[in-house]
Design a protein around this ligand. Sequence first.
Ligand code: UGA
Length: 450
Amino acid sequence: MNITVLGTGYVGLVSGVCLAQVGHNVLCLDLNERTVKSLNAGHPHIYEEGLDEMLKSVIQSGRFKASLVNDENIMSNDVFMIAVGTPSKEGRIDLGQIEAASKAIAQVIKKKNNRVTVLVKSTVVPGTTDTFVRNILIDQSGKAPSEFGLGMNPEFLREGNAIRDFMEPDRVVLGFEDQQTLEILESIYRPWKVDKIRCNTRTAEMIKYANNFFLALQISAANEVANLCYNIGNIDPLNVIKGVISDKRWSPIEDSQKRYVPEITTYLTPGCGFGGSCFPKDVEAIRTLQQEVGLVPRMAQAVLDVNKEQPSMVVTGLKQVLGSLKGIKVLVLGLAFKPDTDDIRESAGIKIAKELISVGAQVSCHDPVAAANIQKNEPELATILIDDWISGLEQADVIVIATKWKDYSILQSKQLTPKIREKVIFDCRRMLNAESFPESKYLSIGCNFK
Ligand code: UGA
């Protein structure tokens, strides 16, 4: 199948490259000339494990091409996937890019005799495809709704794991408004032998939001339990969570008496809050949508409130142990919103570093991959970035681990013990073993041992 993907962000580029990998011919369109050039040269403009190699391979096979959005290129295929950004603007989903993409495709519908199919892949609130997008396509093309196909096919990939998530999905959601679109979706996803959920476009949109909402809800619930543990004292919230997930409804015991621990339980680790481009904006969008339809967004509001406060638990915990943080030298390790990505959007590490600065601490920061993005977007932190975090340990009084990068696990090695002796280690992500630090003060979210 020949598919044009609009947008080359995490979702658009990964989808385009993976669809080409399974044999489709993909044209990815973007507005940025530099991005297009770099993609055609085989260099992705985003960091994603495995993407570099796969991009080179699909370019070589002739099945992938990137191009600028212009009249000639946009006319070449009949199937369009909209994978542009849907950022949050004052808590509401900003459909500006969806609008521009829909208008561009409407011109194709207007000029072409062939039936054009439009598939929305971007995360959009329920009703967007069958109202907002459909109306633009009708208004701008002058054609009747029956003259073009309309579908919604959400993506569930996680940054840092995006290629694997796309190639080995848990399920594929095929949202469609007409039978021909369903058939097109079926042929696009024929290579994937997984559960396929066939539904209307609103249901498909809602599945995506509900999925992220439930995950974010778990994180905030675990963090609220951790905060309660902290205030009571002498309770390790990680042990509490272990006790909870040992319930066989969370982790079933199979015939062989072996316990199966589903991945969902990894969203229950007490921590300094969720970030990234999805959970915060999607829960905000759900909250706004609830308000718009006259509902009170109790749960969504609570998830956001807990998450907003969570990075501050680091300063609270440090103050309890050290008193004032004025002049205290703190090394913050990890500024990406999670490991294996260079994405710093809504990163808890950044919030922690800024709050530490605001209370007078002398902060330095490190991230193995996101440093370039910090230089570009975070002037306050750019000047305190360090390259060699291991040397930085010596100068620091406190070491805060905000992102679970594998590199930082060597803090547990014996050879680093002299560098961190008698220092405070604040492990926000519970990635290290407390017993590895007999000569340091080990702290983490929710732990308050007197
Ligand atoms: C999330 C979903 O997991 C994907 O299924 C979805 O496709 C994607 O959003 C999207 O909507 O596009 P992503 O934002 O890449 O993916 O990251 P996750 O790995 O789910 O982590 C999100 C955040 O939750 C990170 O900041 C992480 O540190 C945080 N988190 C995760 C916690 O704070 N605690 C946990 O126990 C687990």
